[in-house]
Write a protein that binds this ligand. Sequence first.
Ligand SMILES: [Zn+2]
Length: 559
Amino acid sequence: MKTLLILIMMLAAGIFLFGCAPKAKQNELEGFIKEHVEKIKPLQKERNLAAWDAATTGKAEDYKRASDLTLDIRRIYSNPQEFALLDEVRKSGKISNAILARQSDLLYNRYLENQIEPELLKQIVDLSSQIERTFSTYRGKIEGQEVTDNEIREILKTQTDSLKRKRAWLASKQVGAAVSEDIIRLAKLRNQAAHNLKFDNFHTLSLVVVEQDVKELDRIFDELYELTNGPFARLKADLNRILAAKYGVAVEDLMPWHYHDPFFQETPMVYDLDLDTYYQDRNIKELAEKFYAGINLPVESILARSDLYEREGKNPHAFCEDMDRQGDVRVLCNIKDNEYWMETILHELGHGVYFKYYNPQAPYLLREPAHIFTTEAIAMFFGRLSRNPAWMQQMLDLSDRQRSEIDKVSDKYAQLKQLIFARWAMVMYNFEKQLYANPDQDLNALWWRLVEKYQLVKMPQGRDEPDWAAKIHIPLYPCYYHNYLLGELLASQLHNHIVHNVLKLESDKNVSYIGQKKVGDFLRKKVFEVGTLYRWNKMIERATSESLTPKYFVAQFVK
Ligand SMILES: [Zn+2]
């Protein structure tokens, strides 16, 4: 009898344990998220506004305010007790509400990347700032004379004397020797932080916290490598012939300094394509506004809050920022009437419409892009239009003759631009992966093995210098570069899907998207409104019926 009673009691307890405990866990998580959002939401808005003030005024006190607020936010995410709670909730497997579970996953990652012991974090931050300072103050030398980066770039764009080019290229690499040992130390400190969190190295950790996976990226990049090998070699051979003739050297004597920038990441300007003349005296802002209104993604409210033209003390670049995840979206530009700024405003407004058209009813933590590269993809998708002949003809009222002038070179130029960038990004991705896997290996040799393999650029004979260390992204924006390439791949995948499945066209010939409300409606519904409710690849599958693949990028740019 007594045993039976105990059994009944145990059963009751069991029912309690299995029936109500999940509810309790869920309530606990819900309470935590609510409290967290109340804390973080005003802080993030204040920080974004401070950063906006800093960028538009250039005032030191605004920069200070923005960086103090960034630290305050970081402090919240470094709280070890709150991290432990989220970890426990995750491991319990008792969150059946998908929206809550998603928010807890995202929060877990934010906390995870900030769980670094304060002393180690301080060493990392100090060393990074030191490297940053060296980069901003270091000047390479040509025959004993200091030169600026701009002077080096100018020489590489215009000089026809190979020896002068070589000297400029060598000068561009000198900063590498000044920072390479610090970068290796920094990589080891970052690895130490990752090891403490039970990751094999910092590269893996960096990918995991943004829901990326090395194997998945390797697969995508390997496929892209295979698909672009032949076409890139052909385009590169064409380019080599033109460059060799220009510099009066044999093709086999072409060296890294014969390309038009220090890393061969940009397209050498050898195919005449001056699109600026078509944009001269045009109202770039109005063109962008009119285009976005036509696809049912109006941007007036964004432009009204934006800061669009050059001014003393203002940040000279461009960006788009979501201030509060409830519609206060702003763009900073320095518009001039040329093609570069047409692309840039279309690009930044691409970020802008993504931020503006989140579902306002979604929880605060889900009102973000599915991934940093998915918002980049939308920006690239629209930015590409500034060189699209059909778009240009219609938006700028060009004659058929003008259109055919653009047609003649634009395809070739787009192919070169995309393939050169893709192969360069493969160097960056693979180098960073291997740098963190083993910072003690011969990195100088590794760099040139990758450059020769992916970019088909020859290592100068006997070269043994830290040329990799001259790329500022390696120390200061680590394990991020690959996202630019993923953005391009997704932009092409969306383009393909929209052309064939939304607009139901046979091919993308003459597609400009102008006036196509369906395009805006599709993006709004399938990409923007879902925010970060799904992991990036699931969002892409839901939108295009396929996970991220390089094949549409290849279809678009390999002809
Ligand atoms: Zn962007």
